[in-house]
Design a protein. Sequence first.
Length: 115
Amino acid sequence: MSTITIPRADVTTAQVSEALRQGLSPRYHVLPGLGVAEDPPLARDRIPVDTILVGTGSNRVFRVEVTISRHSGQTFIDLHPGGLPGAWPGGLKLINRLWITRKARYVLQAAPSLR
């Protein structure tokens, strides 16, 4: 898991989704409200989280779940690599961590609208 901390609590799911759409190529699907659901996100003191699924193709193999939570005047954006359950155990998550998660992290860190 990779976490980006933004020092303000007013970052919305729409802003994060738009930053991802602007920074990633059109072949990436950015789907707010959906998640991997394979590994439920860890709640920060039971704080509600918003989720965004970012993937390519059918979104089943190459994907990352972006969760957004707010706490103590900050926004936490967590990136969880996904993978097709049962296929090459751990392999797809590793590939997704090195590929799609890294790209999404870079885009979110570079997005001027999130600073």
